[in-house]
Design a protein around this ligand. Structure first.
Ligand code: ADP
Ligand code: MG
Length: 469
């Protein structure tokens, strides 16, 4: 492919995205992408860290594909990769504990991010919060009513005794982020109505917290970072389970946490585990658990149905009750998927001007329903992976640590996380009662290896396809 043309096309795509996404989002995530090459039908884009790569890939991957296709139909694959500087030698033993490394901040962070957002602390809430995630938009049912009530309470009266910190936990896609944003929206609204000065928020994921903190260390601005964190009225940290490993970030979080609670500021934290199950220092766990701990339980059929009904009414599209019942029955994993399915149906109906029927549902959601139908089991994964690597299935749960069996075991753990909805502890139990941190370690190891070793990555992909077919 002509590199001059490719570069020009890339320019156009970036300009387009900048308009689509707005400046803040563009500068925060996309400006650091480098066009690394184009060969055959493949374009390679490069990002400085794995965290950024995954983030960009999740959020914008599909958009990149589409825009490239528009610009240049001969581009069939857009590969996002991490720019490796040095590749560390692979440790020989698999028996070590979790070695989660926080993402390396790009060196250019300070220049490329908007000044007011340099440390990721923004007061312009609108940019950071999802406008759909309000209390009004949250459907309450048995599994989430307690968490909802707690969130409401905090929004009405922040820093109330017994509600600080508010710790929300539950599985993926059950509404943790939604409730956190709802608190922020509601607090802002109340404040405005009362004519008070705006509430100062910080909302960020734990991963981003680490990322910002490390960036601050690098640019010698930790004091500034701390001061800004301590200057807020409400601190919200989403997905705290990612705050692991690094002592100094935990330490910093702990101090900030204590400082804010003592100063009467509200803290809201979400996580996929309860405080005691988190991989954190004991004193931090204790601290996290000493306010209100509220969990979001897995959805029931009734809740799923009422979420679908509410969302269909909101969308203003008539969806027959039969179809909603069918979806609520079939898609049980999480609300995000449920929502995605409904949106797809509605989009399809709008696009083709067809009524939504049960037949149309089967047709449009064919792949999704199939995936939900055919639940892959961990046993199946262990069997396939053992076969593939020529080891005994019993070695999946044996205590042997030789690389020969440890590596396939890690691959099987990785695939179990990817292909089933089992939690880390559940997966660990299936692999000879191993600890969930071992599973976590396996996943990050496999990720790492896949990045470094193309053959290994292909192997894992092949296994995944085999299992999914
Ligand atoms: P989590 O942070 O727990 O992974 P999210 O808060 O991101 O989950 O929720 C995933 C999606 O499902 C969001 O679009 C959210 O609006 C929606 N959702 C989750 N629970 C509810 C609910 N009870 N009512 C309405 N929408 C919900
Ligand atoms: Mg979330």
């Amino acid at each position: 492919m002509d590199s001059v043309q490719i570069a020009a096309q890339w320019e156009r795509i970036l300009r387009r995205l900048r308009i689509e996404l707005g400046d803040i989002e563009y500068r925060a995530w996309l400006q650091q992408i480098v066009l690394a090459g184009a060969e055959g039908d493949e374009v390679t884009l490069q990002l400085p860290t794995r965290f950024l790569r995954d983030w960009v890939s999740d959020r914008y991957g599909a958009r990149f594909d589409a825009l490239w296709k528009q610009e240049n139909p001969s581009v069939l694959r857009v590969v996002l990769r991490v720019a490796h500087t040095a590749v560390a030698a692979m440790p020989h033993d698999d028996a070590v504990g979790p070695t989660f490394e926080p993402p390396e901040p790009p060196k250019v962070a300070a220049e490329t991010v908007a000044p007011d957002d340099r440390l990721g602390l923004r007061s312009d809430l609108a940019a950071a919060l999802d406008p759909r995630f309000t209390f009004d938009g949250f459907v309450v049912g048995k599994p989430n009513e307690f968490a909802y009530a707690c969130a409401r309470r905090v929004a009405e009266q922040p820093s109330a005794h017994g509600f600080n910190p508010l710790f929300l936990y539950g599985g993926v896609g059950l509404g943790k982020t939604h409730l956190m944003h709802a608190i922020a929206w509601e607090l802002t609204r109340r404040n405005e109505t009362a004519g008070q000065k705006p509430v100062l928020f910080t909302y960020m994921s734990a991963e981003k917290f680490m990322y910002r903190f490390i960036a601050a260390i690098r640019s010698h601005s930790t004091m500034e970072f701390k001061e800004q964190l301590r200057g807020v009225d409400v601190l919200m940290i989403d997905d705290l389970q990612f705050l692991i490993g690094k002592d100094n970030t935990q330490e910093e979080f702990f101090h900030t946490f204590n400082y804010l609670v003592e100063a009467g500021k509200q803290i809201v934290v979400s996580s996929d585990k309860s405080p005691s199950d988190l991989q954190l220092e004991d004193r931090l766990k204790t601290r996290l658990g000493c306010g209100m701990v509220a969990d979001l339980h897995t959805t029931t059929y009734e809740l799923r149905l009422s979420i679908l009904e509410t969302k269909a009414v909101r969308a203003g599209v008539p969806v027959p009750p039969k179809v909603l019942e069918y979806l609520a029955h079939k898609i049980t994993s999480n609300v995000r998927e449920l929502e995605g399915a409904l949106n797809r149906l509605i989009a399809h109906a709008n696009l083709f001007g067809r009524a939504i029927t049960l037949e149309a549902t089967h047709e449009v959601l064919h792949d999704l329903l199939k995936a939900n139908d055919r639940r892959i089991s961990i046993d199946e994964i262990q069997k396939k992976v053992s076969e593939h690597y020529g080891i005994r299935v019993s070695d999946m749960s044996s205590a042997r640590r030789a690389r020969l069996v440890a590596r396939p075991r890690q691959v099987a753990m990785y695939l179990s996380k990817q292909l089933t909805s089992r939690s880390l502890p559940e997966i660990g139990r299936k692999f000879g009662n191993r600890d969930h941190t071992t599973v976590m370690h396996a996943i990050s190891r496999v990720n790492e290896l896949m990045e470094r070793d193309g053959t290994f990555a292909e192997d894992v992909e092949l296994l995944r396809r085999l299992l999914e077919s």
